[in-house]
Structure formats: C-alpha cells, structure tokens
Ligand binder design. Structure first.
Ligand code: SF4
Ligand code: FES
Length: 248
C-alpha cells in the first residue's frame, strides 16, 4: 500500500504545531501502525530530517504508552485495540491518514505526538495503592474474596492508563480512568480499609489536574482499548458520595 500521512508536528511544548504531510510507501498489511511509523521515521532520518516523536513501549497492549488519535479517534476506533495492536490491513491503498496527539489541558504536549501524562501518575499517587499491612503472599491469599468481586476487580484492573478516555471526551474527563483505578482496589478486602480516603483523594487530585466533568456520554468506553465499563463510573460516584457524606 502507498499511503499519505498528515502528522501533527510540534517542536516543543510552547511551539505552534502544524500538520505536515508525508508519504508512507510500500506499507505491508501485516505491519502494525507503529511499525509503519518506524519505517517512515527511518526514511526521515536517512534524509537528515527530524523523526516523528511518538510514545510506545510494550507494543502488545499492556503498558498504556501508545497514544495516537488516528483519523479523529483515539487508538483508531477498533474495538478493544490499542494503537500498538492496530494493523495496516485495516487501511486501504491510497488512503490519507491523519495522526494527532491526545489533546487535553491536563496532558500538555511535549513534542509532536508525545504528551505529558504525569497527571495520571499524580492521581495514582493520591490513593491508587494499598498501604495497610496485609501480611505476606500466603496471608493475602488466605483472605476470602467473593468470586463476583474478584472478577469485577480484575475487569477494572485491566485499565492500562493510556488516557484515550480523556482524549475522546468532549470535556477531557478522566472519570473512566479514575473509576477503574478506585474500583479495582475498593472492591477487594485489602483495599476496602482505605476505601473512603482513596475515592476522595483521587477525585480531588483529578479535579486539581484540570480534567473536566463527566456527563456520561460514553465516548470514553467506546475508545477504551481494555473495554472498561461505564458502570465503574457509577460505582465511583457511589463510593465518592458515601465518603463525602461521612464527612471526608
Ligand atoms: S479507562 Fe481505558 S482508555 Fe482510559 S486510561 Fe484506562 S485503559 Fe485507557
Ligand atoms: S505500546 Fe504498550 S500498550 Fe501500546
């Protein structure tokens, strides 16, 4: 396939960005989207030009580093698929593909397609952990966890912290991410001890970082590569409401 890429280029955080057009030639359908960009970058480097900066790490849908808005949709719009898992067989010869970074006030641009998602780290630091002593591994395993709770906690724990939910939201809300991170701990006996403090602190940090409000449009769930359910947002609202009523 021969494709045309319209790529957002931005030298640094405060520079004005713009779309720059590049050809992507001899693209194989078995290439991943990021491998296609690697090949384009090899060409740019060979010509002495600055390669396109983009984030990636595991390239198998685990780490949450990849973060491209492809043709207007975070991760490209294929169900349960992160950018690194997207293959070029989904595109057609002659197609023009637009590639942009996540756009949100709480994710400031760093360079080209790379944004700073440190705000997510600070939300985790505000409460996304268990600090009570649960003993060693055998002690932890000895605590009975009802199967439905264990399953639901695992569903929430699937969140890879990529930020696509924020990029898709018209208000740049981080509620799906925060809901997943609060829920996977609040559902388990070891995490319940700090349940109230966790919900309050993580939501307060989310607000302090400048993320917008949730109006439950569902765009987050639609683009989430881990298919995190909107129902976790309802659960977070309940956990937060209860904690606030207790005077937190
Ligand atoms: S909820 Fe989904 S889209 Fe949002 S950070 Fe987690 S994995 Fe990414
Ligand atoms: S590079 Fe790790 S999830 Fe995409």
């Amino acid at each position: 396939m021969n494709l045309t890429l319209k790529v957002w280029r931005q030298k640094h955080t405060n520079a004005a960005g713009q779309f720059v057009t590049y050809p992507a030639t001899a693209v194989l359908e078995d290439m991943s989207f990021l491998e296609m960009l690697d090949v384009v970058n090899e060409g740019l480097i060979g010509r002495g030009e600055e390669p396109i900066a983009f984030d990636s790490d595991c390239r198998e849908g685990i780490c949450g580093m990849c973060s491209l808005v492809i043709n207007g949709i975070p991760h490209g719009g294929h169900k349960g698929t992160a950018t690194c898992q997207l293959h070029m067989r989904h595109f057609h010869d002659g197609e023009t593909i637009t590639i942009e970074p996540w756009r949100a006030r709480a994710f400031p641009p760093i360079k080209d397609l790379v944004v700073d998602r440190g705000s997510f780290d600070r939300i985790i630091q505000a409460g996304g952990f268990v600090s009570v002593n649960t003993g060693g591994t055998p002690d932890g395993n000895a605590i009975p966890v009802p199967k439905p709770d264990a399953d639901l906690a695992m569903d929430a724990a699937a969140c890879i912290g990529c930020g696509a939910c924020v990029a898709a939201c018209k208000n740049a809300s981080a509620m799906l991410f925060v809901a997943a991170k609060v829920s996977h701990l609040n559902l388990l006996p070891q995490g319940k001890v700090e349940k109230d403090r966790r919900a309050l602190n993580m939501v307060r940090q989310m607000d302090a970082e400048g993320f917008g409000s949730c109006t439950v449009t569902g765009s987050c769930e639609a683009v989430c590569p881990k298919e995190i359910s909107l129902s976790f947002i309802a659960k977070l609202n309940r956990d937060y409401g209860v904690a606030a009523l207790k005077g937190g």
